[in-house]
Write a protein that binds this ligand. Sequence first.
Ligand code: PGA
Length: 242
Amino acid sequence: MYKIFDTQDEVSRYTAERLAARIEAKPDAVLGLATGGTMEPVYARLVERLQQGPVDASRLTTFNLDEYVGLAPTHTQSYRHFMGQHLFDRLGLPGEKVHLPDGMAEDRDAACRAYSESIRALGGLDLQLLGIGTNGHIGFNEPHTRFSRRTHVTPLSAQTRRDNGRFFRDPSEVPTHAMTLGIRDILEAREIVLVATGAKKARIMAELYHSDPDEALPASALKQHPNVTIVLDREAAALLPG
Ligand code: PGA
């Protein structure tokens, strides 16, 4: 299902409302969360929304999609830091209830296995929030990642490192690898909300619209899932058929 709004602000408000509704319906929900520029206004609206109403977020459990390999949680560009700044600290979520892949783990294979297993042990994700890369990645599942993979370490594509260079002092500082939830884990979520805003996402959203499930376009895996909402602003939807 597509939901298309005029502005990024409307997209962010709608997405925040979807998350808030899930939390209200199930205060101990297990949420899959995403980072990236698209999510900053989503989390800002969610914090506002949860602070307005009598919503108790303290029983939530969260699992983020991905983390850079080799960046400590205190590094300002780590996704742990992003989540603290934009959501966790602002909602006062208890540290033991929020999870990100451990990009500093010595035994990365064991850390990957444990990450997927801890989601399953809690009964799976109630809702997975996703952004999308200009190359069609979801999480850091880059093009040609097998749809059957669970959490794993992946090299980042040149395109992704270029796109994310804007967050670093110098683009060469973007880590070469990340740990990401796999597409198999993502598809096990009961509900998925993918958000894309801005003209730079228009081309990939049109490709996704026309694509069958194809490992060359990771987000096309979502076509195998029964409950996906794709939330776009006019700019990101510009190349979809009228
Ligand atoms: P962005 O990243 O929100 O910064 O565009 C999205 C993504 O790469 O998944």
